[in-house]
Design a binder for this molecule. Sequence first.
Ligand SMILES: Cc1ncc(COP(=O)(O)O)c(C=O)c1O
Length: 445
Amino acid sequence: MGMAIKLTARTKRLMERDRKVFLSTTRESYPFIADRGDGDFTYDMEGNRFIDFSSFISVYNFGVNANSEVRRAAKDQIDRLMHAAFTDYRAELPVKFGEELVTMFPRDFGRMFLSNSGTEANEAAIKFAQLFTKRQYVMAFYSAFHGRTKGSLALTASKAVQRTGFGPFSNTIHVPFAYCYRCPLKQTYPDCGYACVDFIKQYPLKNEVSGREVAAFFVEPVQGEGGYIVPPKGYFKEIKKITEDNGMLLVADEVQSGYMRTGKFLALDNFGVTADIYTMAKSIAGGLPMGVTMVRRSLGDIPAGSHANTFGGNLVSVAAAYALLKHVKRNRRKFEAMAKSKGRRIMKRLEQMKERYELVGDARGLGMMLAIELVRSKKGKEPAVKEREKVLEEAFSNGLLMLPAGESAIRIIPPLTMSVQHIDRGLDVLEDAIKKTNSEMLNKK
Ligand SMILES: Cc1ncc(COP(=O)(O)O)c(C=O)c1O
């Protein structure tokens, strides 16, 4: 079982100092003060050890603080040259990295733009799609998360608070996603015959905007921040058809779902569909900042001078990303198998929890991108918002780090490399926290 962690006044003092100098963001309710990490574990300032079921927001897909090859490559590059103004000058390392990276994409890919984050990768995708198609509108799903800067925030529609005070966002159309556990059209898959896809064709694309004015349709192959929502297997073929019928580009935001997380380099491959533009970030440089916008070769180029940045192609980030990519290519089959078998193992336990506890309404996921959704009753499906906080806090107190998603879901995303023993131990801590919160909830009723 998990180890009860110990906190002293040091943690509280640090949190107070933090609050004085930093604006609020999305901090967890529990007091985790990161200090160091290694593989399956991370340690806080007080020396408490935690099993990491968050991969630090889906960044350490291959172990907390990456592997020694990635760290070595970054350290060596620091001593050589850190920054080379890659959008103004050239350097060999990003070219070598780029040549390797395109081999991970479908055959007619591609050319890319390097940036520093997921949101920046998506901003570039929006701008490029507008240039390529000479169209202005973009489409995205409800419960989507594509980032927090103004262009990608316009696509984001997972929580109103993320947009409150920042609008209007005039060039974005939102449409319902295939969130089958809570179907927005109150249908049941597969009897629905993809009613949600028909809805897109019937309403937004007839009543609001012509499909011929839409530059791109942005999708997360598995929705992340919005709740770890996995659509049915055939769903993206339907969405692809909409984009083809209207001459729109399909943009796959693989920032969270990509880079082996679901068992494939590109999560969209699980659905047998190819996008026109892919965006990636998070895991790609093993813990350093990097965003990639990868464009189908046939789309051509953008006019010189129309897009650039200062730090894209930063040599330290690229050195780390290149070392990680070589590591992943060498071990690709192993990582694919790991995501599959460990994902199955975790899913089995989550399904058991769903059977055992009223609180667990749904268990879902793809590969090692998994979640449970907590509800106050299985029948009514009322989101168990407070209970979710309790489960996270209780698990934290027993040495397990996790992150929420959506209104009442919890993500389970350990590094793919986590040992089965530590995965099982983490799941035991999770189940204990659920069991306790479930009893408290039922006793109160
Ligand atoms: C699918 C997806 N897209 C974009 C982003 C934004 O990435 P960043 O926080 O690096 O800007 C995130 C971050 O959580 C994400 O999950």
